[in-house]
Design a binder for this molecule. Structure first.
Ligand code: F0G
Length: 376
């Protein structure tokens, strides 16, 4: 008998694995792969979209462009199922919510958390409510929440207002909050540090990342420390975090009432994991600084043009910081540096088209017209 799968017909005999299939074994997602480091049991239903196992891409062209003499590796978290790093924490938060028989998950978001929560809730057959700052969500992220079927509420206020309301709703016990105030989010996100060590065969010397609500910097530090303690990593990196200049509460040392930046993902004035960020920075002998919107946009364009890697503006913040620090000669020659590309560029097509600096050239539908434009 012949069956047809994915348009390819095959005999019903089990196929013997082809030599090519070896390298293409199915990745099970971060919970199954890193189960022994995560707070799960045999009773935890695993809600996964096979997140994680994102590429770590060497970026020599970018290093050359900023005049450095170090190894830069970009962890391309934009290649997760909902195109941001949030999926690592969300798989665990939603799995644990399901284990506790919760029916509704809720979050506040600048866009990526809501996209991820909505997708994993859909997979878990749970209801999802997302609260977004009205008018400040990149269009791709809004499209995701709507398409995954979340009840999408736009708050006439900013992310900090939305998170305050979500926390209040969480106290009623009727909804499960899946922002990074939920410890399972941090636990899941720490797997990115494990992956970096596993991919590099060591921990980096410096680790650069954007900082918004500060869950990710907290999670990475936890991950690196855990891997070091079980001798899966040979050292601890120094963590270098970057906030946008108009939304830099940790750098300024006080909450920012009206945060503003082109990098809408990190437009946050009062981070929930502020203490976690301080601990990570102090313990790792790290550094936190702010970068201007024009520095962010310059790095955003440079990484796309030099490396073919398209990220959203927030992910370019650590690259802007790296450019500045490399130019000041502060990265010792030969260092191994990682930077986290937290979200995909297609999340925010409006900023991309605005920033590109040129538009498509419209011509008549004839060969000669095209040749004229390209100078042939
Ligand atoms: N990069 C991107 C693309 C983000 O979406 C976020 C946070 C960050 C960096 C900062 O990470 O908050 O852990 O310090 N986005 C949240 C959201 C706030 O709602 O999607 P953080």
């Amino acid at each position: 008998m012949t069956t047809v799968m994915n348009g390819i017909s095959s005999d019903s005999q089990p196929a013997s694995p082809s030599p090519d299939s070896k390298a293409l074994t199915q990745w099970p997602g971060v919970i199954s792969h890193y189960a022994r480091y995560l707070p799960i049991s045999e009773f935890t239903p695993i809600i996964t979209l096979n997140e994680g196992n994102t590429p770590l891409i060497r970026a020599d062209n970018f290093v050359e462009a900023c005049g450095g003499e170090f190894e830069l590796w970009l962890k391309y978290e934009g290649l997760n199922p909902t195109c941001s790093f949030k999926d690592r924490g969300m798989t665990l938060a939603v799995s644990k919510a399901r284990e506790r028989k919760a029916e509704i998950v809720i979050c506040a978001s600048t866009g990526n958390t809501s996209a991820s929560a909505a997708a994993y809730a859909a997979k878990a057959k749970m209801k999802c409510i997302v609260l977004l700052p009205h008018g400040n969500i990149a269009s791709g992220k809004l499209a995701q929440a709507l398409m995954y079927g979340a009840t999408t509420i736009s708050i006439n206020g900013n992310f900090d207002d939305a998170l305050r309301i979500v926390r209040e709703l969480g106290e009623t016990g009727q909804v499960e909050v899946v922002n990074s105030v939920n410890p399972f989010r941090i636990e899941g996100q720490k797997t990115a540090a494990f992956e970096i060590c596993d991919q590099l065969g060591r921990a980096p010397d410096f680790h650069f990342l954007p900082v918004g609500n500060a869950g990710n910097i907290t999670a990475y530090w936890q991950g690196y420390k855990e891997y070091y303690s079980v001798r899966k990593a040979d050292r601890l990196p120094r963590l270098f975090g970057f906030q946008a200049a108009g939304a830099a509460p940790i750098v300024e040392g006080h909450p920012i009432e009206k945060p503003e930046t082109v990098a809408s993902a990190i437009r946050i004035g009062n981070p929930a994991s502020w203490q976690g960020a301080n601990a990570a920075l102090n313990e790792s002998k790290g550094h936190i600084d702010k970068v201007s919107d024009s520095e962010i946009l310059a790095a955003y364009k440079l990484i796309a043009k030099t490396e073919g890697i398209f990220v959203e503006p927030a992910s370019a913040a650590p690259l802007a910081g790296l450019i500045r620090i490399a130019k000041a000669g502060m990265i010792p020659r030969g260092s191994v540096v990682t930077a986290i590309m937290t979200g995909h560029g297609l999340k925010d097509p409006d900023n991309a088209i605005k920033s590109a600096g040129f538009e498509p050239i419209i011509v008549a539908p004839i060969k000669e017209a095209v040749m004229k434009v390209i100078g042939l």
